[in-house]
Each structure stands twice: as C-alpha cells, then as structure tokens.
Ligand binder design. Sequence first.
Ligand SMILES: NC(=O)c1ccc[n+]([C@@H]2O[C@H](COP(=O)([O-])OP(=O)(O)OC[C@H]3O[C@@H](n4cnc5c(N)ncnc54)[C@H](OP(=O)(O)O)[C@@H]3O)[C@@H](O)[C@H]2O)c1
Length: 326
Amino acid sequence: MKAIVVREFGGPEVLKPEQIPDPTPGKGQVLVRLYAAGVNPVDTYVLSGRYAFKPDLPYIPGMDGAGVIESVGQGVVDLNPGDRVWLSQTVAGRLQGMYAEKAVCEARHVHPLPDDLSFAQGAAVNVAYVTAYRALFDRAGLKAGETVLIHGATGGVGLAAVQLAVAHGAIVLGTGGTESGRSLVLNQKAAYVFDHHESGYEKRILDVTDGKGVDVVIEMLANVNLDRDLGLVGRFGRVVVVGSRGRIEIDPRQSMAKESVITGLNYWSGGDEGVMRAIAGVTAGLKDGYLKPVVGSEFPLTEASQAHQKVMQSGALGKVVLVIQT
Ligand SMILES: NC(=O)c1ccc[n+]([C@@H]2O[C@H](COP(=O)([O-])OP(=O)(O)OC[C@H]3O[C@@H](n4cnc5c(N)ncnc54)[C@H](OP(=O)(O)O)[C@@H]3O)[C@@H](O)[C@H]2O)c1
C-alpha cells in the first residue's frame, strides 16, 4: 500500500510517500481501506520532533481517518467487510497511522459513518469533535441556556464546538479572522460572530451579553487571548484552554470577584473512558444529523506536505483533509 512514511523529524518536506506492505488484522482487530485522513495542527507538532509525544521512527502520521472495512480479525462480531466507518485510533498508537491507504484498528476504535456523510467528513470527526465535546461538557460543564464564546470558531475544533453547543441549547458566540470564516460560523447557527483581529471586539461581545459576560470561553489561542478571556467571562465563568502556542501574562485579579476558572483540556486526559464517552455523544449527533463535519480544503495523499502548510495558516474554513482514494 501507499503511505506517508516519516523517516526523520522536520518540516512538511519530510512527508514522503512510500510503497510498504499491507498490514493484517489480528484478533479483535479490523483492517480498514482508508479513503480520507484528517490533518490536525498536532500532526505538525509531532512531525517537528519537539512535541511532548515523540513516536519511534519511522512512523506514519495522522490520527483521523475514514473508509471502508476490508476484513475483520478473529472474534470481531459487530463489524463487517463493506461497513463505512470513521476511526479514532490505529494499532500503531496515539497520533499515528492514518496517512495511508490501509490501517489496522482495534474494533472499539472503529465507528459507523452515516451514509449521508462523505469520507472526507468522516476524516474530520475524531480530533475535532472529541476535543470540542470534552471541552464543552467535561471541562466547562456547559448547560442549556448558557452563553459560550468559541474563540476561534472557524477551524476544525471551533466548528465542531459551535455545532455541539447549538445542539445542546446554548447561546453561541463565535470568532473568525476572515469574512468567509465568520459567514460559515453564522451558517452553523451561532447567534453572534466577531472578528478576533478587530480592535475592541471584546467590548462588542460584552454588549451582546448586556455587560454580564459569557458563561464559558472555549479558547483556541490562549497565548494571545487568555487575559482578555478573563474579562469576557461573567460570574462563575469557565475558560477552557484548548490551544496555546506560547506564553502570556495574565491579571489573576480579574478572576477573584467573579470566581471564574481557567482549566486546560487535552483530548487524551480524560482517559479511555473520557474519549469513549465523547465518541458516544458524537456518534449520536452524526446519526441524528445535527453534527455535520465541515471540510475546508482537500489535498491528495501525496501532497501531505502542502496540507501541513495549510493547516498552520490563518483563514480556516473547517478541516484540512487528505483524499486517499475516491
Ligand atoms: N488540547 C487538545 O487536545 C487539542 C485538540 C485539538 C486541537 N488543539 C489545538 O487547538 C487549536 C485549534 O485546533 P484546530 O484543529 O481547530 O485548528 P485549525 O483548524 O487550524 O483552526 C485554528 C483556529 O484558530 C483561530 N485563530 C487564529 N487566530 C486567532 C485569534 N487571535 N484568536 C482566536 N482564534 C484564533 C483560527 O481562526 P482564523 O483562521 O479564522 O483566524 C481558527 O479558527 C490548535 O492550536 C490545536 O493545536 C488542541
């Protein structure tokens, strides 16, 4: 099969296609023919070799994928060849194995892809929706009727968070850096949208909450916004740090009278149970049709390096996806 095989850490230029032997499923495992793989910012961090998680070389990148089951190993009863599926992990381990024509997964990491969703949409589910779900519900404890600011709503996690929060009955405010991105967020039924590059946009956010501030902020760029977020949340507000790319100085005094909270979020930190619970919630939304992943751009597998450049550029419009076969 064809796969992107990383033999040295570095920039996008080290992502090179190779022909390697097909994997075979063992007991309790499933072989999936992948049609699409999702590209996440974390793929670029891992590739650099400077991330907290460093795979052994060589490795195949990618933790999001979708395709069709080709064969099942001994003891797999609920899954069958021909099933359309999206994947949450391969047997290669965390953060690996999806930039390839085939992948082997444990059966519990294989989830049904509804017929009305494309494989590209299926490859846009795992990281974006599990992260958004855990941020909104496990960390922020978002309740129906509360206001939530998705600070960075135009990307993979942001749009997933908008859809999940709207479906939950929250009042959703989103931000985006481009006109087209902000239109996309409004199309996903956010109540208000703001430009995170416009000076003074925080005052407009406070205005639409009648000065009270939002109940929850889901933050995609904490190193830029965390101090501002402490001014944007109201009494007992919760700020969830999903993304951060550096350091920032904050004024902790802003949290005292409001008794507001800053908490981090990591896809994996809820353990297997946390991830599987989020997957159950996301699976229900995909099946019932209120969650519809948004794909912003597609690249062939052989252009994985261009996809890595794209995912780190501003002007997000949903997920960046590698098309592996059509
Ligand atoms: N903690 C975890 O487990 C976890 C999981 C997944 C992702 N992440 C991290 O979360 C972040 C978002 O991930 P993603 O997959 O959604 O990435 P993405 O698709 O590349 O989206 C990036 C988002 O950040 C927004 N942004 C840019 N400048 C901003 C600013 N000044 N203020 C607020 N938002 C701004 C972008 O908006 P415009 O492009 O419209 O300006 C876009 O909405 C990344 O840093 C990623 O590494 C963390």
